[in-house]
Design a protein around this ligand. Structure first.
Ligand code: HEM
Ligand SMILES: *[C@@H]1O[C@H](CO)[C@@H](O)[C@H](O)[C@H]1NC(C)=O
Ligand SMILES: CC(=O)N[C@H]1CO[C@H](CO)[C@@H](O)[C@@H]1O
Length: 326
């Protein structure tokens, strides 16, 4: 009698654990299965509506996820707005984060909040939205782990040194990604996000106007591409001018980024170096020739990126409004 009761209690607990995925505060794909089962459908709808209004939603949201995860961990600290202009998003490195990414997360969270108030973190909304924009651009579909809590720190002064620079070489890139538990393979795959979106001219002007004392143009640049870049970005160009990072298929999430690298059309030093450095060249060749290999590596790396510095269990908070602490 006692035995059967105990057993049914145990079965019940197991069922709750399986359904909620709440094991010792770990991330889990079904984290909101009982508390907000519609969350992914709601976020997807908001994302798709926003994408249909403006394409920039796609690169802006994907990059926002990356910047969020690399500073304080994936905890939506990047979304916080400070009246004093000293929050994470106000740092010089964030200057070019497009407003549409913020807008997407804020709107999706509002839609989620109206159905399951106080349950889903802004960090999870951003992680889901980042997956959804990849899919909206024709990229691979994958499951997102959930259960992140929102962070309590957002400071511009804590951004510097945590984000990679477009002038980085392979060792610098690997070092920065290793700090976030990401391998060289992860780093190369995540760089494939530059198959989408825009860059301002000043981020690569050194490669076409002042590369070295002996060569104005970076010799690893395809000469025709270098000329196109000079036409699009004359010296002293309006700083608001931005150009496509993937000159071939700028609006599609595909492996053209790697084919561009093979043909000397990587926009940043940090892009082109993945091909010019012998230690990463074979991976670039593989991704250029086998889109399936790229997609698999990208999915693995995005899920790992989403685990960076996450707050779990009782840490942090579930923000009501993504732009302010509760
Ligand atoms: C590997 C090191 C990386 C460096 C040095 C780097 C640097 C940059 C720079 C300088 C820009 C141009 C910003 C501008 O002028 O507006 C940019 C844009 C972008 N980056 Fe990266 N990035 C890196 C990795 C990543 C990763 C891992 C992701 C996402 C998984 C990502 C996603 C994007 C996207 C989507 C854009 C376009 C943004 C837009 O159009 O609004 N980047 N990146
Ligand atoms: C990297 O992984 C280790 C071991 O799992 C963990 O303790 C650490 O917090 C992780 N670092 C980040 C930035 O997520
Ligand atoms: C999107 C966004 O909030 N960008 C801010 C980044 O930081 C600069 C200051 O360095 C702000 O002026 C931007 O508004």
């Amino acid at each position: 009698m006692e035995d059967t009761r105990q057993r049914s209690i145990i079965y019940c607990l197991i069922a709750v654990v399986v359904l909620t995925g709440k094991v010792n505060g770990q991330l889990a794909e079904n984290f909101y299965a009982l508390t907000c089962p519609m969350v992914e459908a709601i976020v997807k709808q908001t994302v798709n509506t926003k994408v249909s209004q403006t394409f920039t939603t796609i690169p802006a949201t994907l990059r926002l996820f990356f910047h969020d995860c690399f500073v304080e961990g994936c905890d939506a600290s990047v979304i916080i707005a400070s009246p004093n202009g000293d929050a994470e998003k106000d740092a010089p490195d964030n200057l070019s984060l497009a407003g549409d990414g913020f807008d997407t997360v804020i709107k999706a969270k509002q839609a989620v909040e109206s159905v399951c108030p106080g349950v889903v973190s802004c960090a999870d909304v951003l992680a889901i939205a980042a997956r959804d924009v990849v899919v909206a651009a024709g990229g691979p579909l994958f499951n997102v782990e959930l259960g992140r809590r929102d962070g309590l720190i957002s400071k511009a002064s804590r951004v510097a040194g945590n984000l990679p620079l477009p002038t980085f070489n392979l060792v610098q890139l690997n070092t920065m990604f290793a700090k976030h538990n990401l391998t060289e393979l992860d780093m190369i795959a995540l760089s494939g996000a530059h198959t989408l979106g825009f860059s301002h001219c000043n981020r690569f002007a050194n490669r076409i106007y002042s590369f070295s004392p002996t060569s104005k143009v970076d010799p690893s640049l395809d000469p025709t591409y270098a000329t196109q870049l000079m036409d699009a970005c004359p010296q002293n160009v309006d700083p608001s001018i931005a150009i496509n990072m993937d000159p071939v298929t700028p609006n599609t999430f595909d492996n053209a980024y790697y084919q561009n690298l093979v043909s000397g059309k990587g926009l940043f030093t940090s892009d082109q170096v993945l091909f010019t450095d012998p230690s990463s060249q074979s991976t670039v060749n593989d991704f250029a020739n086998n889109p399936g290999d790229f997609n698999q590596a990208f999915i693995t790396a995005m899920r790992k990126l989403g685990q960076t510095g996450v707050k779990l269990g009782n840490q942090g908070e579930i923000r009501k409004d993504c732009t302010t602490f509760n």
